[in-house]
Design a protein. Structure first.
Lengths: 116, 113
């Protein structure tokens, strides 16, 4: 398996633009997680899905952020409109079980977002 | 509230020397404690975890961690550092009453040749 795939790897955009981050989980994994990493706040869980259904989005910072998982092999995290404070590295992870601390949770390489 | 603290932003060590990355915790009840590593331009990778049992936990890549209840610490250790160990290390604990993970701020380990 190729692991968790994220695209794009790098994104530079201007304030106010819509940004869409994409994730393909490992085949067969039934949980998908979106994280954000910044120097100021460290690593934060934004939202997670089980069997394509959003379970907990309490970590999503505000209404400008939305996430979808239309099928088992694809998820998107959208920011509209984007702001400079959204600049961060966004990670997607997947696992077989709702276990944030299992060695079976696999992280993607991340998308580095810069909003100018 | 459950939390962990990593008091050092950066640790420098020479290759071949022992390394320690510090983590202290504040939890109610029996703690579950974890270490993750993040290599440059990569996502986090699980290293090891303490649930119960032996205070010395062995993990991936030759790392181990020592759980010390009296000092509320869970320091990450390795007897002989490699340059390839240079990475960002995170200590983590489940947040009280929920499954939301709380990560430490991370410690950058730099191993010099």
């Amino acid at each position: 398996d190729a692991g968790v795939i994220q695209s794009p790897r790098h994104e530079v955009t201007e304030m106010g633009q819509e940004v869409t981050l994409r994730c393909k989980p490992i085949s067969g994994h039934d949980y998908l997680f979106w994280y954000r990493q910044t120097m100021m706040r460290g690593l934060e869980l934004l939202i997670y899905f089980n069997n394509n259904v959003p379970i907990d989005d309490s970590g999503m910072p505000e209404d400008r952020f939305s996430a979808k998982m239309p099928n088992a092999s694809f998820s998107t995290l959208k920011i509209q409109p984007s702001e400079p404070r959204d600049s961060a590295v966004y990670f997607c992870a997947s696992s077989y079980q709702r276990d944030f601390f299992s060695e079976t949770q696999y992280f993607g390489p991340g998308t580095r977002l810069l909003v100018l | 509230a459950q939390s962990v603290a990593q008091p050092e932003d950066q640790v420098n060590v020479a290759e071949g020397n022992p390394l320690t990355v510090k983590c202290t915790y504040s939890v109610s009840g029996n703690p579950y404690l974890f270490w993750y590593v993040q290599y440059p331009n990569r996502g986090l990778q699980f290293l090891l975890k303490y649930i119960t049992g032996d205070n010395l936990v062995k993990g991936s890549y030759g790392f181990e961690a020592e759980f010390n209840k009296s000092q509320t610490s869970f320091h990450l250790k390795k007897p002989s550092a490699l340059v390839s160990d240079s990475a960002l290390y995170f200590c983590a604990v489940p947040s009280g009453g929920s499954y939301i993970p709380t990560f430490g701020r991370g410690t950058s380990l730099i191993v010099h040749p």
